[in-house]
Write a protein that binds this ligand. Structure first.
Ligand SMILES: Cc1cc2nc3c(=O)[nH]c(=O)nc-3n(C[C@H](O)[C@H](O)[C@H](O)COP(=O)(O)O)c2cc1C
Length: 325
């Protein structure tokens, strides 16, 4: 039975944003364990996926992850994207998200990601091809438009809905803004008015107060959180509890946090293998430790090549932190 995204976001209206290099399977599992409406894979280049590039397959990896299993694909050729979507569904994807928001020159230069917003007719051909190719819900993530003179998210969302798209997420910036300024949540309201499918508001949401403000300004059905989840996989659950007016679970601290970081670390090494895992894990260690003022420990740990020494150093660092408290 197809998932009802309206029901899903009504149950838990805080979703994890896909983030390349961050929301891999180990991180998504962790976020889902604390609680999230939906967690989506990092973007996967459709062409690489079909070319069986190992890294692309790892990015789309779903085994044992959160349900519904969602994969985001990026690309610019209808047939290739449709084939990539089919492959993801064969591997267990229960939802396919199309990336029409990535501002990176590497992606827009290939006329993918947010560049698709400059050519709505072409974007629609891709969307139609993907919708026709798979029996699961297809969603689209985009920005407000390419630049301030072409804010066409509402128009594209309306056409996407007519083509069978089940939900759209809008990052409240234009492509040309990249990450500058503030996300314009009120501008998302125009998209909400244009469609009947759920709209998700994204950009600069970091806590329950900003989530509430984004929902109120946009009238969106849900919010999506990206950067605030780095080093804080529990934050979506805290935001959701805050929105629901319930008891907000405490963020893990002390030994519980040390256990969590260690577990995440070991998962990354298992998932990527030691060599790549060590590199990927360094970023996450930084995000966990910086807010605790453990910069010196981070600097020490990221130089180590032996995972056992990293884990021992982490344990020692947390003991010292507790002793100093
Ligand atoms: C490092 C990084 C990687 C990202 N990768 C993706 C991606 O793969 N697909 C996508 O649709 N958006 C991607 N984004 C954009 C986020 O999903 C989100 O739209 C943006 O960060 C704004 O939300 P935030 O303010 O909550 O971070 C990425 C953002 C960052 C910072």
């Amino acid at each position: 039975m197809a998932i009802s995204l309206a029901e899903l976001v009504a149950r838990q209206p805080v979703l994890l944003a896909p983030m390349a290099g961050i929301t891999d399977l180990p991180f998504r599992r962790l976020v889902a364990r604390f609680g999230a409406g939906l967690v989506t894979s990092e973007m996967v280049a459709s062409r690489e996926l079909l070319g069986a590039a190992a890294a692309a397959r790892a990015r789309a990896e779903l085994a044992g992850g959160a349900r519904p299993a969602a994969v985001q694909i990026v690309g610019r050729e209808a047939a290739v994207m449709a084939e990539a979507a089919r492959l993801c569904v064969d591997q267990g994807a229960e939802l396919i998200d199309i990336n029409m928001g990535c501002p990176a020159r590497k992606v827009t230069g290939g006329l993918s990601g947010s560049a698709l917003m400059r050519d709505p007719d072409h974007a629609l051909r891709l969307i139609e091809a993907v919708v026709a190719a798979v029996p699961v819900p297809v969603t689209v993530k985009m920005r407000l438009g390419w630049d301030d003179t072409s804010r066409n998210a509402a128009l594209i969302a309306r056409r996407a809905e007519a083509a069978g798209v089940a939900m759209v997420t809008i990052h409240g910036r234009t492509r040309c803004q990249f990450y500058s300024g503030r996300a314009d949540w009120a501008a998302i309201a125009e998209v909400v008015r244009a469609v009947t499918i759920p709209v998700v508001a994204n950009g600069d949401i970091t806590d329950a107060a900003s989530a509430r403000a984004a929902l109120s300004a946009s009238a969106a059905a849900a919010v999506m959180v990206g950067r605030a989840a780095r080093g804080a996989p529990w934050i979506l659950a805290r935001i959701a509890a805050g929105l629901a007016g319930g008891t907000v679970p405490a963020a893990p601290s002390g030994d519980a946090l040390c256990d969590l970081i260690s577990e995440h670390y070991e998962e990354m090494l298992r998932f990527y293998g030691t060599e790549i895992g060590l590199r990927v894990a360094r970023k996450h260690l930084g995000w966990y430790l910086a807010p605790l003022g453990m910069e010196a420990l981070r600097a020490e740990l990221v130089r180590l090549e032996d995972p056992a020494r990293v884990l021992a150093g982490l344990r020692r660092g947390f003991s010292e932190l507790e002793a100093a408290a």
